[in-house]
Design a protein around this ligand. Structure first.
Ligand code: KIV
Length: 286
């Protein structure tokens, strides 16, 4: 629910805005208005991002690396995702509560069966998520249909899928050749048919991400290292604030550079996504 009782706590007078809904996301995709998404893991940053005008917040399982110091997302538990979702949801309520809240289903919590996925998704929705995200192509379509038929909005995730980093052999660009690009397109359409309303495309060639976006009529795409042709962009919050435990990915821009404060950097990110100046071509040379 949008919270109209609290003034925006960060960055001063954020203009009141309507809560982002599934219908609004679909409309933005249809009209070509760019969707600005960021990850969030705690209440304070969630409130700051909401006040800055971020459309969607993702409680990403990247929290394994960012908050827990893990080497990958594989070790992240459902309990951890629930805990951070509750914190982010509370932070949103302290701000405008306009951003749409998505939470990752972590590794191993939707792989066994559709029923297991439903139990895991239910826990995250009850923690405050409005949509769950899961990784993978063809094998997930049954699960996506099962969840969406039961009223749980789903965001899919193709390209580099960090939960399968070991099987992929590292964070390597996906869909470079004709066969894998065609498979990715087929998977995207199947996920849309199964009811996915959003699709994260991670580290895929810009031309492929654009083509997939143009093919999808009911499913908005959000790119990360996928060029500027997607319906929106997402970055890991800490990356765009210029703080990393390791080397930043090539597609990351440090929005703190040139900003006087974190709220200003967050607003610069939203503005750059909305006006199409992020990402620029130098950030996705694949
Ligand atoms: O876990 C995460 O933060 C993500 C984004 C990078 C898309 O999945």
């Amino acid at each position: 629910m949008p919270n109209t009782h609290h003034a925006a706590p960060y960055g001063g007078a954020a203009a009141p805005r309507k809560a982002v809904t599934l219908a609004r996301i679909a409309d933005m995709h249809a009209r070509g208005e760019k969707i600005a998404m960021l990850t969030a893991y705690d209440a304070t940053f969630a409130a700051a991002a909401d006040s800055a005008g971020v459309d969607c917040l993702l409680v990403g399982d990247s929290l394994g690396m960012v908050c827990q110091g893990l080497a990958s997302t594989v070790g992240v538990s459902l309990d951890a995702m629930r805990h951070h979702t509750e914190s982010v949801a509370r932070g949103l309520q302290r701000a405008q509560g306009a951003a749409w809240l998505i939470t990752d289903l972590p590794f191993g919590t939707y792989h066994e069966s559709r029923e297991q996925a439903l139990r895991s998704a239910t826990a995250l929705m009850q923690a405050g998520a409005q949509m769950v995200k899961l990784e993978g192509g063809g094998w997930t379509t049954d699960t996506v249909r099962f969840l969406t038929e039961r009223g749980i909005p789903v965001c899919a995730h193709l390209g580099v899928t960090p939960q399968t980093v070991h099987a992929l052999g590292g964070y390597r660009v996906q869909g470079r050749d004709e066969a894998t690009a065609a498979q990715l397109c087929r998977d995207a359409l199947a996920l849309q048919d199964a009811g996915a309303a959003m699709l994260v495309l991670e580290m895929v060639p810009a031309a492929l991400a654009r083509a997939v976006t143009e093919e999808l009529s009911r499913c908005a795409t959000v790119g990360i290292g996928a060029g500027r042709g997607t319906s929106g962009q997402v970055l890991v919050l800490h990356d765009m604030l210029g703080i990393h435990l390791g080397r930043p990915a090539r597609f990351v821009r440090d929005f703190m550079a040139g900003a006087a404060s974190i709220p200003q950097a967050l607003r610069a990110y939203v503005d750059a996504v909305k006006d199409g100046s992020f990402p620029d071509d130098s950030l996705h040379a694949w």
